[in-house]
Write a protein that binds this ligand. Structure first.
Ligand code: ZN
Length: 410
């Protein structure tokens, strides 16, 4: 769905973001006349906004196209490298760093394991070093760098910019991640819940510009749901929308921290699959405290699913639990698309995605009058870090989201 503009001078910034959006998603360029037709803005407003965007170097003019009668039209194109942002994904198992441009393309990336025993202050210091190294290696022009987006597991307090005791990050209680990182790097920092960042990445990357009502089903160290309705990301009352960990998907499974059995988060947790595989004799013993070893063993079990009957049965259970949750959220939100994402999903997908599609299509609990389109994110395992960077870009060019970004310290 295309946002409509308004011909009033007081909302020039809004119009600028509307026009830039149209140019951003037009791979072969778009003329001023076409922009006016798509946005409902007057041709004079489009001309004024385009002049400003050209002066700022955000767009460039392409060829003059003589198309029929009237003046020849000049196409306008995005200059992707005109602005960049750093996107960081803090996962309990790993930290991913990306530098993204205005098109949402990745210019540079790096990843490190999350140190399991270091204090938050030590982790933030290692983030500072990693960001400085990445910016240096990729030769990023600081003048064009808008800031840093950081995606972290919830619950978060976005007003204070703190991480508040996520279940899988022990010791991260009331940690002022946003301000500490901003002070360390001297750059504006935006904090966002991981699933919300992943959803922003899907919206901004352009690949999914045709999708209006979709959810990102996130399968990482934890599980979560990011939601976009009417082509806008949804955050909820305190920006913590999307915890589906305690959605009950079966009568079986170990007892969850909430006291119930059959919770989605517990049933499909990576450590759970690995310990089941160890118990079933599919893989040798793995240290449950070693995130890196669990991730490697998880990949092994998923790969074994193609040939080992016992591994295939464990993965079938996961497919069943995911499909049950997927039907519930699709019904609840009237989704057109469900996009799977997350570092662990990429191991599961080859075996589990066809089964999940089959189960959803055959589910008697699915009530929508349309078929649900089910896919894997085209952004790969860096999707959340990419989305964290896109959050900074979209905040800069969508005035309504601006208050979430803390300005750089003076
Ligand atoms: Zn539970």
């Amino acid at each position: 769905m295309m946002r409509r503009g308004a011909n009033l001078p007081s909302i020039g910034e809004f119009n600028q973001s509307v026009v830039l959006d149209v140019i951003r998603v037009a791979p072969t360029g778009v003329s001023r006349v076409e922009i006016a037709a798509q946005t409902g803005l007057s041709s004079q407003t489009v001309t004024n906004v385009a002049r400003r965007l050209l002066a700022d170097g955000l767009i460039r003019e392409g060829e003059r196209l003589a198309t029929g009668p009237g003046k020849p039209r000049t196409s306008l194109h995005l200059v992707p490298g005109a602005r960049t942002a750093v996107g960081i994904h803090l996962d309990p198992s790993f930290i991913t760093y990306t530098v993204v441009d205005l098109a949402g393309s990745v210019i540079a990336r790096a990843a490190t394991p999350t140190p399991p025993v270091l204090s938050p202050a030590d982790v933030i210091e290692s983030m500072r070093l990693s960001v400085e190294r990445l910016l240096g290696e990729a030769d990023i022009n600081r003048a064009r760098l808008l800031g840093i987006g950081i995606a972290a597991p919830g619950p978060l307090d976005l007003e204070r910019g703190t991480v508040d005791n996520p279940p899988l990050l022990p010791g991260w209680n009331g940690v002022p991640l946003r301000d500490a990182l901003g002070d360390a790097l001297g750059l504006p920092v935006a904090l966002e819940k991981d699933v919300t960042a992943a959803t922003i990445g899907e919206l901004w990357s352009g690949q999914d510009s045709v999708r209006d009502d979709f959810a990102v089903f996130y399968v990482g160290t934890g599980v979560g749901l990011g939601v976009a309705l009417d082509h806008s990301v949804r955050r909820g009352a305190t920006s913590n929308l999307g915890d589906i960990g305690h959605l009950r998907v079966s009568h079986e499974g170990v007892v969850c921290a909430c006291g119930n059995r059959g919770c989605l988060g517990e049933n499909i947790a990576p450590a759970r699959l690995v310990s089941d595989a160890v118990r079933g004799g599919i893989i040798p013993h793995v240290d449950p405290a070693d995130h890196g070893a669990i991730a490697a063993a998880y990949a092994d079990v998923c790969a074994a699913g193609a040939s080992d009957e016992r591994a295939a049965r464990l993965l079938e259970q996961i497919a069943g639990d995911i499909a049950t949750a997927a039907v519930a959220v699709a019904n609840l939100l009237d989704l057109s698309d469900l996009v799977f994402s997350g570092a662990f999903w990429n191991h599961l997908a080859p075996v589990v995605l066809p089964e999940v599609r089959r189960l959803i299509a055959g589910s008697r609990a699915y009530v929508l009058p349309h078929a649900l389109r089910v896919s894997t994110s085209s952004l790969g395992s860096d999707a959340t870090a990419i989305g964290a960077g896109c959050q900074v870009l979209s905040s800069a060019f969508a005035p309504s989201a601006a208050p979430l970004v803390r300005p750089a310290p003076a």
